[in-house]
Design a binder for this molecule. Structure first.
Ligand code: HEM
Length: 412
């Protein structure tokens, strides 16, 4: 490893472009020494093959407080990931994690996503109509990006439409690291747990075909002897509450930000938007390319490496924390020809934006569907959509884990 230390997060001059440093690191220092905002040391990976191999290796786990891993920031900055109470912790490794993933993952099938599409489209249309009615300029992040994913998660959990705004508020409180006091965050947690506990009890009493209802029915069938052999029965009430929390935390801000960034990237060069208007069949590949091309994904995924390993011929000592930069890997020429160009028809597109391996994004089919629906709906409803400020004036959020734009001012 070279001696120079890379200070994370890397800075950029413009809001949508990648830091220049990535190309140099991939080329000359793919296994770099890095310093996290906490001051702790980590190893920083930027090549596609290295990032993919490390994330896919089940030996290496996502660090928790139990490991003596490098911290991201001194005061635990990191949104809800850092504020979750023990009652809301999901199993995060080993067989309990695999069991939870199998159960919840079963719900996210292609068939189910197709079934969710019309409802999502109506949500997107309503939000876009409200934005249009308010008049230009509008903030697309606040009008569409932020509310849509939380409404979708409410539908998934079977939460009635009247309670969506409360979910929106709770999620905002969990995710914000600066806007709310410790007391407000604690209150939001308590309210959320109380609400979800009541909700789970109601679902136990009355079967439904949303995600929670399905998990409950499957669990009950198993205790009646219809065991699938994964040795565990259904999820407990506490696990169901934690699942609701987990999906909200993992699926809200990430998708909200991606909606904003996708639209900003597509409008930043008007030819991209025009191409989609001329050929809407490109929506799917354009969504994938937006996911690949996004340079603001946060600084990367951490893995705790418990034993000595070799990466690119260099030894990474056991006890190291490795930070995998997916956005740097997504710009690797060795994996993507013309990686620096946004090619809306690119296929295949094996980007790493949803991670890889045992912890890869469980909600990726849902996220993809949301992004496709948003794009399709915007193209048909607001073909004249444009950025209301020059792209270089867009402002990035302060978040360390999930990168985004503070607002996406648009006109039409
Ligand atoms: C564009 C939007 C999204 C992006 C970029 C994204 C990205 C990611 C990434 C990179 C991971 C891996 C974390 C790690 O390995 O440490 C992850 C995990 C996860 N995501 Fe997403 N995600 C998105 C949307 C969603 C949605 C909509 C949901 C569900 C409602 C969701 C649920 C999850 C869950 C439950 C995990 C944890 C999986 C596990 O630990 O086994 N995500 N996501």
């Amino acid at each position: 490893m070279a001696d120079q230390v890379v200070r994370l997060p890397l800075s950029t001059d413009t809001p949508l472009d990648p830091p220049a440093e990535w190309a140099r690191l991939r080329d000359r220092c793919p296994v770099a020494h890095a310093e996290l905002p906490s001051g702790d040391a980590a190893v920083y990976l930027t090549r596609y093959d290295d990032v993919k191999a490390l994330l896919s290796d089940p030996r290496f786990v996502r660090p928790t407080e139990r490991d003596n891993a490098a911290r991201i920031a001194p005061d635990g900055v990191g949104g809800a990931a850092a504020t979750g109470s023990s009652a809301l912790t999901l199993p995060d490794r080993g067989e309990p994690h695999r069991r939870w993933r199998r159960r919840v993952g079963k719900y996210f099938t292609a068939k189910r996503m197709t079934a969710l599409r019309p409802g999502m489209t109506r949500l997107a249309e309503d939000l876009i109509d409200a934005m249009l009615a308010q008049g230009a300029p509008a903030d697309l992040r606040a009008s569409l990006g932020f509310p849509l994913p939380v409404y979708v998660i409410c539908d998934l959990l079977g939460v009635p439409a009247d309670d969506r705004d409360r979910f929106s508020h709770w999620s905002d409180t969990f995710l914000s690291v600066t806007r709310y006091t410790a007391d407000e965050i604690r209150t939001a947690h308590e309210e959320f747990v109380a609400y979800m506990s009541g909700h789970v009890a109601a679902k136990r009493a009355e079967p439904s075909d949303d995600l929670l209802g399905t998990l409950i029915t499957e669990g009950e069938n198993e205790s009646e002897g219809d065991d699938e052999g994964d040795g565990g029965g259904g999820l407990s009430d506490a696990e169901l509450v934690a699942t609701g929390m987990g999906l909200l935390v993992a699926g809200h801000e990430t998708t909200a930000n991606m909606i904003g960034k996708m639209v900003a990237m597509l409008l930043a060069d008007r030819r991209r938007w025009e191409r989609l208007l001329a050929d809407p069949a490109l929506v799917r590949s354009a969504v994938e390319e937006s996911l690949r091309f996004d340079a603001n994904l946060g600084f990367g995924l951490r893995r705790y490496v418990g034993e000595d390993i070799e990466i690119d011929g260099r030894t990474v000592p056991g006890g190291s924390t490795v930070v995998c930069s997916m956005p740097a890997a997504n710009r690797d020429e060795q994996a993507f020809a013309g990686a620096a160009d946004m090619d809306l028809a690119r296929t295949p597109n094996p980007h790493l934006t949803f991670g890889a391996g045992p912890h890869s994004c469980l909600g990726q089919a849902l996220a993809r569907t949301e992004l496709q629906v948003v794009l399709e709906t915007l193209l048909t409803r607001v073909p004249t959509l444009r950025l209301a400020v020059p792209a270089p004036e867009l402002r990035k959020t302060e978040g360390l884990l999930v990168g985004g734009l503070r607002e996406v001012p648009v006109g039409w």
